[in-house]
Ligand binder design. Structure first.
Ligand code: ATP
Ligand code: MG
Length: 369
């Protein structure tokens, strides 16, 4: 299971890179700025059509090149399969092939190469701002539920249009006439988003609690609370009920939105909170507790994906081990004996024994794949 071979051309700083990979642990070792994180980004992109670093695809193409190519051989669903992406620098749409057949979207990869990333920035997930936590839930749900990706994309589009209306009304009050229509659509799609998120957190909480209990020696019970618009009394209610409750909240904030020229209410303000034995991690968690809870969340996500896709997702650990104390390193490493793992580090040190070392340096570009 996992990625057997990867070939990159003009992806980020990699002119040409061809690697045969270990089905277990791959240690990607190299000096700073050699392209280790870029390699993890490529693996994540191969399976999802998305970068964990940027929304702008042009950034993925090597400076000065006009296209990038990524090709991988994956062992999944009991056979060898290939995924190939070609990205172009101009307006030309990207291209995707699965087993040589042209595909229209990443959704058609059908969980061939799901991945979970864990990097040092994740260690601030539970203490930092809500935007980071929303990114976490959106990235996870986009991989788990292809329809969620469409819903959140639509929600964001309507939100941007509504923001423009709220700003433009200073110049032209007539634009306000279309506001109710935008609010209706926002509530409709927003209700779907909330419904997906509630179910996701319920499943994630169950798994994360198991990992955390184990790691804290049965001492700490982890709970996860999804926080959405205050009028939504039950995020598991039918979408139509949630829609009405979102509408009510919007109406309450109609004047405030006009005055502030901002979209003040809706799931774009959602958040979640983790607590240990009933005490909120954000306000009260110690550094160690917070880190353990974050590891539990990441492992829980991996578990959900594994169940969803019938195969273990690839785990991408970017420099995160060096940020953890030996006890937490061991906890994480003890959980990775299943499935394929990519670990980046500058100095392999004690991790060398874990698997195959892949040295990374910049290679010159060649011709054609
Ligand atoms: P560190 O150990 O510091 O984390 P790293 O090996 O993970 O380093 P990367 O983050 O993968 O390094 O980046 C390597 C280099 O790739 C950076 O110096 C960056 O400037 C370069 N780079 C990023 N995008 C492009 C691009 N589109 N074209 C060429 N080079 C790029
Ligand atoms: Mg890096």
């Amino acid at each position: 299971m996992g990625l057997e071979r990867l070939e990159l051309r003009d992806f980020r700083n990699h002119g040409h890179l061809a690697l045969d990979l270990d089905p277990g642990v791959n240690l990607i070792v190299g000096d700073n700025a050699q392209g280790k994180t870029n390699l993890l980004e490529a693996i994540g992109f191969l399976g999802s059509g998305k970068s964990f670093r940027t929304q702008r695809q042009s950034e993925l193409i090597r400076f000065g090149a006009d296209m990038a190519e990524l090709e991988g051989t994956v062992f999944a669903q009991d056979r060898h399969q290939t995924i190939r992406w070609v990205l172009f620098s101009g307006a030309r749409p990207r291209m995707l092939w699965r087993n040589g057949a042209k595909k229209r979207s990443a959704g058609e990869l059908g969980g061939l190469l799901p991945s979970v990333l864990f990097c040092p920035e994740d260690l601030t997930l539970l203490k930092g701002g809500a935007a980071q936590r929303r990114r976490f839930m959106d990235q996870a749900l986009c991989q788990l539920r292809p329809n969620y990706e469409a819903a959140i994309g639509e929600y964001q589009k309507i939100l941007e249009q509504k923001s423009r209306i709220l700003k433009d009304k200073e110049e032209n009050i007539a634009v306000l006439a279309v506001l109710p229509e935008f609010n209706d659509r926002l509530c409709q799609v927003g209700a779907m988003v909330i419904s997906y998120r509630a179910r996701f957190f319920q499943a994630l909480a169950r798994e994360a609690a198991v990992y955390h209990r184990q790691f804290s020696g049965e001492l700490e019970a982890l709970a996860l609370g999804y926080k959405t618009v205050s009028t939504v009394t039950d995020p598991f209610a039918p979408v139509e009920t949630i829609r009405g409750q979102l509408q009510a909240h919007l109406e309450e904030h109609y004047r405030a939105e006009l005055a502030s020229q901002q979209c003040l209410t809706g799931p774009h303000k959602d958040d979640f909170e983790v607590s240990l034995n009933g005490i909120g991690v954000r306000a009260f968690g110690s550094q160690g507790q917070t880190r353990t809870a974050t590891i539990s969340l990441k492992l829980a996500l991996r578990q959900l994906m594994s169940r969803e896709f019938g195969q273990e997702p690839v785990l991408l650990l970017d420099d995160v081990l060096s940020e953890l104390d030996p006890k937490r390193q061991d906890f994480l490493l003890n959980q990775i004996h299943r499935g394929q793992v990519f670990i980046t580090c500058c100095e392999p040190g004690r991790f060398t024994r874990l698997g195959t070392t892949i040295p990374i340096g910049v290679q010159p570009a060649g011709d054609g794949l």
